[in-house]
Ligand binder design. Structure first.
Ligand code: SAH
Length: 372
């Protein structure tokens, strides 16, 4: 049985052609599934009975199970979703006055092991399938719709900033992005769908060629020595190379810029000296800085920079002409804030051991192995 939830327009058209059907059926079925939230073929009334029968014999529309929904005092929601194999992932919705942002996961756990992120401390289990990635949007859209009665919010933005490194699961993330942008599915604007990466350079180049979504880079440190420590991926893809890719990234559209995420860790990366290094690092890069106050989690030795330090850091950047915002901490009373998502990762075999056994399932094995 093929799960139609994971097929973007091209894949869906190919599927119908393989059934000896017309490719335009793809648009109809995409609309039923994603726009109307229909899960059974019987309800697809603009499709002949015979074809509906054929579909129910060859295909299915299956979703993860919602284990719980938590609401934070600030209106943020978090869902724990259970996948077929028992692994669980987390998805977060952040309502604001003028927009509603859904933060979705791309992997079960994460292989990168950034020192300040609790997802990394959970270890890595596997990549999410396209169906599992897009199902987070499907489920949240239903939960937040008027007919559901409980809440009434529109999802205007999607950020791939939940659990995992999306660019180490590029092949499954790309069709999910296509669905988000497709008018027959979710029809989101390309500027309102953001992929966040710690800097997987080859996949950044692929992303740039194959789609047009917004990009965020988890920078977090202004020099290699510090970044090697807190974002180990930097050993493979150091700042000089990363900045070279960032300089070119939106060269076709001069109005667009990259969001640089920078977690504020007390005494680690938050001094005026760091701010000045950052300014010279970002010379010639069209970037917006987004400072993220560190969100603590159990057993971490890091602390959040205090408010005055963050403001002083921002002011130095602003004076140098860098557009800088401070991310408001949302949903931290239900562990839904940045870096607090853990899900339930089964079989948390240590990364390096998994890699030795060749089980990691990323297309970038050797890259990661060198980090450990
Ligand atoms: N792997 C991708 C996607 C995760 S995005 C990436 O690294 O970009 C999640 C964002 O939250 C990243 O910028 C991440 O560095 C940041 N983050 C992780 N842990 C955090 C914490 N404890 N407090 C604040 N931000 C954190």
């Amino acid at each position: 049985m093929i799960n139609l939830l994971g097929l973007d327009r091209t894949a869906m058209e190919n599927f119908f052609v393989s059934l000896d059907e017309k490719p335009y059926r793809a648009q109809q079925v995409l609309q039923w599934i994603h726009t109307n939230g229909v899960q059974n073929f019987a309800a697809m009334t603009n499709i002949s009975k015979a074809l509906r029968q054929k579909l129910s014999e060859t295909a299915e529309i299956t979703l993860p199970q919602v284990i719980y929904e938590k609401a934070a005092s600030d209106g943020t929601y978090k869902w724990l979703l259970r996948l077929n194999d028992g692994n669980c992932i987390e998805t977060v919705f952040i309502p604001e006055k003028t927009r509603g942002t859904l933060c979705i996961s791309s992997q079960v756990g994460c292989i990168l092991n950034c020192d300040f992120c609790s997802t990394g401390k959970q270890g890595f289990n596997r990549n999410l399938s396209t169906a599992e990635i897009i199902s987070q949007l499907w489920i949240a859209a239903r939960k937040l719709s008027k007919t559901n009665g409980l809440h009434d919010h529109q999802i205007t933005n999607v950020v791939i900033m939940g659990m995992g490194e999306p660019l180490l699961n590029f092949d499954n993330v790309l069709p999910a992005l296509n669905l988000m942008l497709d008018d027959f599915a979710y029809g989101l604007s390309k500027r309102r769908v953001t992929v966040s990466t710690a800097g997987v350079i080859p996949a950044m180049q692929q992303l740039r060629e194959l789609t047009d979504v917004a990009l965020a880079v988890s920078l977090h440190a202004p020099n290699d020595e510090l970044r090697n420590k807190i974002v180990p991926l930097n050993k493979k893809y150091p700042l000089k190379e990363l900045m070279a890719v960032c300089r070119d990234y939106f060269k076709e559209d001069r109005r667009r810029s990259i969001t640089m995420e920078y977690v504020m860790l007390a005494g680690v990366n938050d001094t005026p000296q760091h701010a000045k290094q950052l300014i010279s690092l970002l010379q010639g890069v069209r970037a917006k800085m987004n400072l993220i106050p560190f969100n603590p989690f159990p057993h971490t030795s890091y602390q959040r920079s205090d408010r005055d330090t963050i403001l002083r850091f921002r002011d130095i950047l602003m004076k140098a002409g860098l557009n800088t915002t401070i991310r408001r901490t949302r949903g931290d009373d239900i562990d839904a804030a940045c870096g607090q998502l853990v899900g339930q990762v089964k079989d948390r075999t240590r990364r390096s051991e998994r890699l030795k056994k060749g089980l990691a399932g990323t297309h970038d094995h050797h890259t990661i192995e060198e980090l450990n």
